[in-house]
Design a protein around this ligand. Structure first.
Ligand code: DGT
Ligand code: CA
Ligand code: CA
Ligand code: ZN
Length: 563
């Protein structure tokens, strides 16, 4: 996952910081991580391309840290770091992102004042509780507040899982059936700037209920209220029951969609705003309690929120030719999961059980292959052993496990396992996990040569992007799609909220070209399986119908397609 030297160094440095946050007294241990981070950052060769022996040869890197580096390259983290993170409040490390706040400060704030989050720090500073701690003082208090303001102004967009948490918290004080979440959240965008909600309840009642859960009431009113909740901005717009439909359409957007819709209304002699439609001659005003009635008045069917982007959907709707979008009911299984045989947490049995619970027909077992960069993956013997286990579990399981692998695409475009091993598997995903900063031509050539292998069925997380820090790698996606189409290789829609890869414009392009797409959660633990919903949403944003999605095939059809 986290391949560049900078990524690896960042994780090692983070470990050093967390040790200090938790009050680690062994300074040599902290320094060992700091020194390793420095060495990795300064290394002229990408550490992702070094094996353990070569890593240990770097001064300041011992065999313990070398293993951790290998784990970071492969998974983005390592066990000791995960364990340490589990011991502290989830919101604590974010304090380190504040300008002028180091690990020792966080340790002190946490121990002396019970501060566990930026919100806690803000409250403590506002209520002048910081100055009571020896060594902090009034000046420090105002510095903290300034840093918090700056951090928030530049904070990046929310991932979908974060947005879900914010929505759940706000929804917990609203009455079911009286509100709808609008904006980019409802349209299903891969990341969300702020949360927009339309509410039919009385502003006074809602405002009162929001106060206890809000970090801050940014502004309160009868028309709209803005609050900060879990550190994120939430805008609530109040409306009459009678105008709920027009308000919801307006706040769902997108802005471009709204502009097109208004133009269409004008063509029909109507003026559209968030309160309803006005007849341009005579001035009669019409209101709409739901979206469908407003759309119908404009001669349109209900356009699904996920495709309201002015990318041709209004024209298609007018022609009565909207695509039928894939929904959760059509999904028969998950096509990318990891197990405890490598860096996942679930056993095959647990996966089969979890799949059955979700009503799945199948789950594709796709652990990493063991290669130069991935030391704890499966080798040929590991694949054979896992295959036998899968057969055994399948004898008593409703949800069938498919034998697969997420094979590494190497620097030269070859694959991490020999053809004879890949040939025995049901479905093969091939992914790039190293050398992520190659030139466009080199990267494209690598991927094309992997696609040329007949055993490869799916190209995993095709652009390699990772929120919030890693951009997509430089790639000639046009060429990749052309070759994938020719070779009948599917492209993955990786549903991890940190990946969301492919993104919707590329999904749309792939679908328009007649490629197949496969949705995979890349689950490492049980709750990750729920991310399938993010993948379905992305597929919908890319205009995919059930027929475009591999996961809608039944097991036999899927295996026939892959063979
Ligand atoms: P975000 O929050 O950056 O992820 O994106 P949105 O789409 O949620 O944008 P936001 O929160 O600024 O506004 C929510 C909706 O309000 C937006 O989707 C459409 C509507 N809207 C906002 N500004 C305008 C505007 O200037 N004109 C029109 N027609 N609609 C707007
Ligand atoms: Ca928004
Ligand atoms: Ca907004
Ligand atoms: Zn991967």
């Amino acid at each position: 996952m986290a391949g560049s030297n900078r990524d690896v160094a960042e994780r090692l440095r983070f470990m050093a910081q967390l040790l200090e946050v938790t009050g680690e007294e062994d300074v040599f241990k902290v320094r060992a991580y700091e020194r390793a981070a420095q060495q990795v950052e300064g290394s002229p060769v990408p550490v992702s391309e070094l094996d353990e022996k070569a890593l240990v040869a770097i001064p300041g890197i011992g065999s313990g840290i070398a293993k951790k580096i290998a784990s970071i390259v492969r998974t983005g983290t390592f066990p000791e770091l995960s364990e340490l993170k589990a011991k502290i409040p989830d919101s604590l490390p974010e304090l380190l992102k504040l300008d002028g706040v180091g690990p020792k400060t966080v340790h002190r704030l946490w121990m002396k004042l019970g501060i566990e989050s930026i919100e806690d720090l803000e409250k403590a500073a506002r209520s002048r509780r910081i100055r009571a701690v020896k060594g902090f003082g009034e000046k420090k208090e105002s510095e903290f507040l300034r840093s918090i303001a700056q951090y928030r102004a530049s904070a990046t967009r929310m991932t979908r899982d974060r947005a879900d948490a914010v929505v759940a918290k706000v929804a917990s004080v609203l009455t079911p059936g009286t509100f709808e979440v609008a904006g980019s959240y409802r349209r299903g965008k891969s990341t969300v700037g702020d949360i927009d909600i339309v509410s039919k309840e009385s502003p006074r009642a809602v405002n009162a209920r929001l106060r206890p859960i809000a970090d801050e009431m940014i502004n309160e009113g009868e028309q709209r209220t803005s609050v900060r909740c879990l550190g994120e901005r939430v805008d609530i717009r109040f409306t009459d029951i009678g105008s709920f439909g027009s308000m919801l359409i307006y706040l769902t957007g997108s802005k471009d969609f709204n502009i097109r819709l208004r133009a269409l209304a004008i063509e029909r002699g109507l003026k559209l705003n968030e309160y309803g439609l006005e007849e341009r001659t005579g001035g009669t005003f019409h209101t709409f309690p739901d979206e469908a009635s407003l759309f119908a008045t404009l001669g349109l069917p209900l356009i699904p929120p996920e495709i309201r982007e002015d990318r041709g959907e209004i024209e298609r709707a007018l022609a009565g030719d909207l695509p039928v979008l894939v929904g959760p009911g059509a999904i028969r299984g998950d096509l990318h999961v990891h197990t405890s045989a490598t860096d996942g947490r679930m056993t095959l049995e647990e996966l089969a059980g979890a799949g059955a619970e979700r009503g799945y027909e199948y789950i594709l077992i796709s652990d990493h292959s063991s290669t130069l960069h991935i030391t704890h993956g499966l080798d040929a013997d590991g694949v054979t052993a896992q295959g036998k286990e899968i057969e055994r579990v399948n004898r008593t399981s409703v949800c069938q496990l498919l034998a697969g692998i997420e094979v590494d695409i190497m620097a030269d475009g070859s694959l991490g396992l020999p053809d004879r091993v890949l040939g025995d598997l049901d479905i093969v995903i091939a992914s790039v996990h190293s050398g992520l900063h190659e030139e466009k031509d080199t990267m494209t050539r690598r991927i094309l040569s992997a696609l040329a292998n007949d055993h490869v069925d799916i190209l995993g997380h095709p652009t390699g992007r990772l929120f919030p820090s890693r951009a997509a790698y430089d790639l000639d996606m046009d060429r990749v799609m052309e070759v994938a189409k020719g070779n009948r290789t599917a492209l993955e829609i990786n549903a991890s909220p940190y990946r969301m890869d492919l993104d919707d414009p590329q999904i749309r392009e792939a679908r328009d070209r007649g490629l197949l797409l496969s949705i995979g959660t890349d689950a490492h633990e049980r709750e990750d399986l729920g991310n399938i919903s993010h993948g379905i949403t992305l597929a919908r944003r890319g205009w995919c119908s059930p027929g475009d999605i591999l996961n809608t095939m039944d097991r036999d059809a899927l295996l026939r397609w892959a063979s």
